[in-house]
Design a protein around this ligand. Structure first.
Ligand code: APR
Length: 311
């Protein structure tokens, strides 16, 4: 019996639940939220779509963490999304309180689960969940790199006209200004990025990727992105649940790779049963490694902010 819990029945959470259920990869998906009726109503609506779409996964909507007991994987989306003009840092205090409470409940009811954190600010929230649960670090990771890489891939496709499915693009580092796009790992239908674009265009694409979340926030005016984010989170859940060993850019705990340790950072990692099975240290250019180290310093400084606030 396989079970996944998604905490938060907002846009990100409910879309993630829908993707997981429709993929028919687990027996049950539990969606928990503090708003009474919201997860229950969404769950009922999704369950009624099963005969039409032809899948069996059952969604349980609840306000009670007891229903999440013995989950294999938990995705934490609970928290406020960024509003226009609001930085991820502004969210720190309010979301730290929410995520701390959620992490305590998860650790109580599913002590052996793998946790995927998506609530922003991502690096701090992932660190906080690892601390509050006391779980081994490989069982706690954050989602950012999958999404940022997908955004860069889309932008490259849009600009070049190359089939989106024939492009591989990778971003590492942190979610936000210290994101480290990795042009040396990009493959545009067999060509390198600088064979396809001039330096100015590449910089434009990378900049747009760094601001990818803010671009959508500005357009939506209320709330933040959730279609691509939920696709990214669901792909990570699938790798863990099915123990595929797939390599993905995720926010993982560093233990000396690239000369970096004691920090959650966006890197390529092998995901499977038990969470992060291995952080893959790939060959990067000196500039890219320097970017990663810079991102690690920035994340450590941001994590230190957690000690300054009351949560
Ligand atoms: N426990 C469970 N759910 C909670 C809690 C809590 N303690 N506190 C808030 N929530 C729920 C809210 O009731 C709401 O339904 O979290 C949900 C958040 O949903 P949205 O406001 O729609 O936000 P969403 O777009 O889903 O983004 C969630 O993901 O990308 C990040 O920056 C984003 O941090 C934000 C998170």
């Amino acid at each position: 019996m396989s079970k996944v819990t998604v905490v938060g029945a907002g846009k990100y959470g409910s879309t993630t639940v829908q993707r997981l259920a429709e993929a028919d990869m687990v027996d049950e998906v539990v969606m928990v939220d503090i708003v009474e009726g919201l997860p229950q109503g969404l769950a009922l609506d999704m369950n009624e779509s099963r005969p039409v779409l032809g899948y069996r996964t059952l969604v349980t909507g609840t306000n009670d963490y007891a229903d999440t007991a013995d989950s294999d994987v938990v995705v934490i989306t609970a928290g406020l999304p960024r509003k226009p003009g609001m930085s991820r840092m502004d969210l720190l205090e309010v979301n730290a309180k929410i995520v701390k409470g959620v992490a305590q409940e998860i650790a109580k009811y599913s002590p052996d689960c793998v946790i995927i954190v998506v609530t922003n600010p991502l690096d701090q929230m992932t660190t906080l969940v690892a601390e509050v649960t006391g779980f081994p670090k490989e069982r706690v990771m954050g989602q950012a790199g999958m999404l940022d890489s997908a955004r860069l891939t889309h932008f490259i496709s849009e600009k070049s006209g190359v089939d989106v499915l024939k492009i591989k693009a990778v971003t590492l580092g942190s979610h936000g200004p210290t994101m480290v796009p990795v042009p040396s790992l990009c493959d545009v239908d067999g060509k390198s990025l600088d064979e396809v674009f001039d330096a100015e265009t590449i910089e434009e694409l990378l900049d747009r990727t760094r601001g990818g979340g803010a671009e959508i926030v500005a357009l939506l005016k209320t709330g933040s992105a959730y279609y691509a984010p939920s696709a990214a989170a669901a792909a990570m859940v699938e790798a863990v649940i099915k123990d595929t060993g797939a390599e993905m850019p995720v926010c993982a705990w560093m233990t000396g790779q690239y000369g970096i340790d004691d920090v959650y950072l966006g890197v390529l990692a092998k995901l499977g049963a038990g969470g992060v099975q291995e952080v893959h240290e790939v060959a990067l250019t000196d500039t890219e490694v320097a970017g990663l180290r810079e991102a690690a310093v920035a994340v450590k400084a941001k994590v230190a902010d957690l000690a300054e606030i009351d949560y």
